[in-house]
Design a protein around this ligand. Structure first.
Ligand SMILES: [Zn+2]
Length: 125
């Protein structure tokens, strides 16, 4: 998987919609950690069930301590999170795109996404 800075313009595919990247983490790059708003993990887990742009290959989390752990974490419950993206549109009309694995980054690696992203995720019905 490719690393992108949070809130950088999305450029992973040819789509033209203006989208911002969130949560494309890599162990070589520092990321923001901290407690996340209540309900965020559940909301991201729900989003992961509707992942789009699912690719053939599987992405393994490289923040996990070893490959065995990373392999176990390509699924969360019965949801596959090792590929695909989740998209969220804020009330302001900004579209955020994240790896389906963002739920794992928050839950297991203490990742704190940008607050505007958390708000957009939590504002979903
Ligand atoms: Zn991990």
């Amino acid at each position: 998987m490719t690393y992108f800075n949070d809130l950088s313009p999305y450029s992973y595919s040819e789509e033209n919609d203006a989208m911002l990247n969130v949560g494309w983490l890599d162990k070589e790059q520092a990321y923001t950690k901290g407690p996340t708003p209540i309900g965020l993990v559940d909301a991201l887990a729900k989003l992961a069930k509707g992942a789009v742009n699912v690719q053939r290959g599987t992405h393994f989390c490289n923040l996990c301590p070893d490959f065995q752990t990373a392999r176990e974490n390509t699924s969360r419950g019965n949801t596959f999170i090792g590929s695909g993206e989740v998209r969220v549109t804020s009330e302001q009309g900004v579209i955020y795109t994240s790896p389906a694995m963002i739920v794992h980054y928050v839950e297991a690696h203490n990742y704190l996404p940008p607050m505007e992203y958390c708000e957009a995720v939590l504002a979903r019905p």
